[in-house]
Design a protein around this ligand. Sequence first.
Ligand SMILES: [Zn+2]
Length: 297
Amino acid sequence: MPLVISKPLLEHARANHYAVGAFNATNLETVQAIIEAAEAEAAPVIIQISEGAMRYGGLRYLAAIVRAGAADATVPVVLHLDHGSGFEVNMRCLQAGFTSLMYDGSAKPFEENVATTALIVRAAHACGIPVEAELGQVFRVGDAVTAADIQQALTDPDKAAEFVRLTGCDSLAVAVGSVHGMRSQEAQLDQERIRQCALKAGVPLVLHGSSGVPDDAIRAAIENGICKVNVSTAIGAAFCSRLRGQCAESTQEHDIRKLLGPAREEAKERVRQKLRLFGSSGKAGAALDACRTMCSS
Ligand SMILES: [Zn+2]
């Protein structure tokens, strides 16, 4: 089926206490792994492309691969921009047929983040495309920050409410204790902050940096208002670990498919585990009905 927009999926997830998995893709194999996993779990799914992935795989190549995969799928698939750094990249993705955008102005002063987000929201909404924004900062492993810096950058629920009111964004990425790029599940989430942000902001919330969060904390966060969970590191780790194994086992292999195929399978299994953890398995049909209702009204 054609790509679907993210808003009705996230609203359906919010109303039914689960989260839609949003997985980063960088090449053909990762797109296939994500869509095959979503099909196997009958789950709605978001495939997201970062600017780094665009530099590697090409914006139009990756968009075309996702669109082709979605066309053959029976589950709803969204093509989303992850961490768009400005107005221009958002407009390029809008033109390329993305069905969900993101502007991350979280490192900017509040007023500047509001102004750029509002501008992108206005342009995207004119084309019927929803926008995720970010308030509070989710740091990355390797950033020179202290525990106090992380605490200081957590999203303030009242500011979140003001931000959503001023920008009209459709969903909000919040800083609630996770860190991008963590390989071990040790991050502590501020569950009460998630609850307050959900209550006050009134839009679906997005959790970034989920690979470093324990499963129980993810489940609680979804119960408290997280409706989209981003996963990048865990998928890359599964793919690369199997690829390393294949290369070590078959040092003379020169058939690319024999090395990448098993890595794709490993990534697919990891995506399936995540979809089950997020409670989205089996939700594809109802989520698609929600899309059709919203898109025809
Ligand atoms: Zn992120």
